[in-house]
Design a binder for this molecule. Sequence first.
Ligand SMILES: [Zn+2]
Length: 456
Amino acid sequence: MITKLSLCCGPLLLSLCLYSGAWSQLPAASPNSPPDHRYKADILLVVAHPDDDSLAAPYLAKAIYEEHKHVSVIYGTRGDAGGNAVGNEQAASLGAVREIEGRRALASMGILDVWFLDAPDTPGQDVLHSLETWGHGASLEKVVRLVRLTRPEVILTWLPVYVAGENHDDHQAAGVLATEAFDLAGDPVAFPEQLAAPRDRTSIGNYGEGLRPWQAKKIYYFSDATHFEFLEGRGPQYKTSDVSPSKGVSYATIATNAWMSDKSQLPPNQTDLKKYLDQYLSEPVRFVLGKSLVNGSTTGDIFEGIVPGSIAYVRAHGYEPAVRENLSIELGGPWAYYREFWRAHKLEHLSQLLSPETALGGPENTVWVPLLIHNDTDAARQVTLQAVLPPGWTEKPGPMIYTVGAHDAYPVQVNLVADSSQKSSWQKITWTADADGHSIGSLTLRVHVNYNGVPQ
Ligand SMILES: [Zn+2]
């Protein structure tokens, strides 16, 4: 439309107004496709093996049936390295069996959105082992993709801490990847190819994945430790004996019914099975609040403070070198990694959960302990390391002098054998380190003299 104003103005404005008139007659672009709402999750559970979901299942049942939450699941592996209580199927065939067992268990609670990272089941206790065999980078890329696709409000996963218990390295790897993905999925520089818009989504051969960045609001952890006191007050707990108003049975019953699909992992004998289930389901589901980007208390309900809609990306702290001077010692391997990991992801409070601990690393009462001797001086230095062992224990190597290069760290691998008469007790080992006749530090590791069936 040509306005009165333009009629009494000069030729330039008149031509602009004519263009303006032309714009109103242009066709409207089709609306941008929103994210696929079918996959929008309230809860994304990131675990390692089919049946890992059973630990959180009583809470998931409550969230699904009473709160109508949409739950999606990522399994890191198909559990292809376990034993088989049903038949001879092993390795890849066992993985094929367990994939369906896991899908059936989850489907019984209405969970249908289930993905596998295709990582190899890696029995062990050192998270660095699983991160190596899983292909850390490729697996992280997949988890970030699925966070962006499912846009969860909350991520639930295994605790990324070394604990005395099953302490499965695959569980810990799932916790590490879920934490990293929590911090990366909202970052458009991370895996940007997942965010590029396809040139023509209705055509073939597109390369942009067309996802959007997503910042989840909270991340919670649960643990496979054999002791629970350190979890008290760290997050919400849900009683498994509570009865579901909509189903008329306990959440433990719903979880048990789901768990029955995981037959290859359950004791075939009914008496043993009952004992096994009673042991797990007599405990509440205990969560540790990892971090929350919304209001709410540590022990409040998982959805406390969560309102619909997206929130802005929150940058994690990121890695910063620890300040160290002169000579020092610390526990190495997974313990050293976690110290840096927690700081980089603003999870320092996880370092307060436990003093360093382990259970036995093998059926022969063995314990592996990696130590690091740091030399942050400008010259090579000699450090004497010796251990104070519980009675009846042996170690290899024994007391020794290590030459540590300037600005280097010497990785010491200690192998211990516990006294089997101390079974199920807690024992302490202390290492002291000296240089030039002066102490440079000491450290203590407590050991639960118990083997849980997973090698260190
Ligand atoms: Zn597992």
